[in-house]
Design a protein around this ligand. Structure first.
Ligand SMILES: [Zn+2]
Length: 450
């Protein structure tokens, strides 16, 4: 039986594996990682910090929100198309003119610091102030930068890269709801962003590489986004009619979820021991980039129409959800069977939001059994499962349950999780899922009437 207890500092009920680790309320981060070390102040056992980072995440409002948090109301805010921004001071230049680039505006403070204001694509919005910009100067110098977010407290620890590929967490000071840091700049531009960058082109490169490594994969276009960008996907065809669905990036800033998905997918395809048997049986949809317009614009949350896609799965008013629904219908109408779905996201902690076992009659223990296997494989890292069902919310997990009678999970990775641990859990997540699914009984095929 699932263990259920009120887990501080959250007001909701959830159960933890292993129990003791979760009772401490700590996010378990291995020591020694630069991300974890630099972000130690984000430990959610500190209620003040938890409040500061209060989020309306993919299970809905889980805990009291800070006074300035904007709760998802379900209203679609007016679209506010992001325009590329540059700030050109005489000695130093800031630019967000690249995919995922974003800041609202900037100004020079009295002490010479550059103040970057973060602005969302619309309001109300989940408090996920995203920023990504480059900085360059005529000659080498050290400049002070303040990140200000009037719409919601800053969420991401700023990160620095000299080549856009290798990132390190910057040392910064918190000044109220703002962040302040210094950066050495020169003629060669540096990138500063809330998380590592992974844009639409990076997905194209990644999917092309997977296709090259695994020629049996079919590269498809699920459809097009509201602004006409490709919704890219790979499909693996097994021998039967059973499907695993893997979705990602409904929310543009959720990079740690994207990291987990990449490792998860690569492990499904590459594990020497398990992949052959798993792939021989199951069909897989790999749709990792469902909000390319939001990614391109550096949106905090929404698609080009100002809609949170993970609230649109029942009304399906957006091209992105319609495209996935169309694919699923094309699979299920001729007799395809959905076995499980995983939707990758990021929030303030590592957690797997599942559908309660007794909500569905079909394979009620799927998520619980799999996550217990995962917990055993990655101990002493904690695996948190939080079952929830909210028919009004319109997220993918609920759509899988209510429209298709199938369990699914929202796989949430903490913004500040140690990147090595993200990989570790995703790798074992894939191997334990394969082990579990290979052992599932084969579907009963109706035999013709005698
Ligand atoms: Zn999300």
């Amino acid at each position: 039986m699932p263990l259920v207890f009120p887990g501080p500092p959250l007001a909701s009920l959830y159960h933890c594996i292993p129990l003791l680790t979760c009772l401490t309320g700590q996010v378990v981060l291995p020591l020694g990682d630069q991300v974890a070390a630099a972000s130690a102040e984000l430990t959610i056992s500190d209620p003040a910090q938890a409040k500061e980072f209060a989020l309306v995440d993919d299970a809905g409002a889980l805990r009291p929100l800070a006074a300035n948090d904007n709760v998802d109301t379900g209203e679609a805010p007016p679209s506010q198309a992001t325009t590329a921004v540059t700030c050109d001071f005489s000695d130093v230049r800031f630019s967000a003119e690249f995919p995922q680039g974003r800041f609202g505006r900037c100004e020079r403070g009295d002490d010479g610091r550059v103040i970057i204001h973060l602005e969302p694509e619309g309001t109300p919005i989940n408090p996920s102030p995203w920023h990504a910009f480059t900085v360059e100067a005529d000659s080498e110098r050290t400049i002070g930068v303040e990140i200000r977010s009037e719409y919601a407290d800053t969420r991401y620890s700023p990160k620095l890269s000299h080549d856009r590929n290798t990132w390190k967490v910057m040392e910064y000071e918190r000044e109220g709801s703002a962040q302040f840091f210094t950066v050495e700049v020169g003629a060669e531009k540096v990138w500063i962003a809330g998380q590592e960058l992974f844009d639409n082109n990076d997905y194209q490169i990644w999917l092309a590489k997977l296709k090259e490594q695994h020629p049996q994969l079919e590269r498809i276009e699920l459809g097009q986004s509201e602004e006409g960008r490709e919704l890219p996907a790979l499909v693996h065809y097994g021998s039967g009619n059973e499907w695993l669905l893997l979705l990602g990036r409904q929310h543009p800033p959720e990079i740690t979820g994207a990291m987990a998905m990449r490792t998860f997918v690569e492990t499904l395809l590459n594990d020497d021991e398990l992949s052959p048997g798993f792939l021989a049986r199951y069909n897989i949809l790999i749709a990792p980039n469902l909000n390319p317009d939001g990614v391109a614009a550096g949106n905090w949350r929404h698609n080009a129409n100002g809609v949170d896609l993970n609230r649109d799965w029942f009304s399906r008013e957006q091209a992105e959800t319609q495209a996935v629904h169309r694919f699923i219908s094309d699979v299920t109408e001729p007799g395809g069977v959905l076995v499980y779905g995983i939707d990758f996201h990021s929030t303030f902690r590592d957690v797997f939001y599942t559908t309660p076992g007794d909500y569905l009659t079909k394979e009620p223990d799927f998520s619980f059994d799999w996550l217990n296997m995962l917990a055993a494989a990655v101990a002493p890292n904690a695996i948190r499962e939080q079952p929830s069902a909210n028919a009004a919310q319109g997220n993918f997990k609920q759509y899988m349950a209510d429209t298709h009678g199938t369990h699914a999970v929202t796989y949430e990775v903490a913004d500040n999780s140690d990147r090595l641990t993200i990989g570790l859990i995703a790798t074992h997540g894939a191997t334990t899922l394969m082990t579990y699914m290979i052992a599932r009984p084969l579907p009963v095929i109706d035999s013709p009437q005698q």
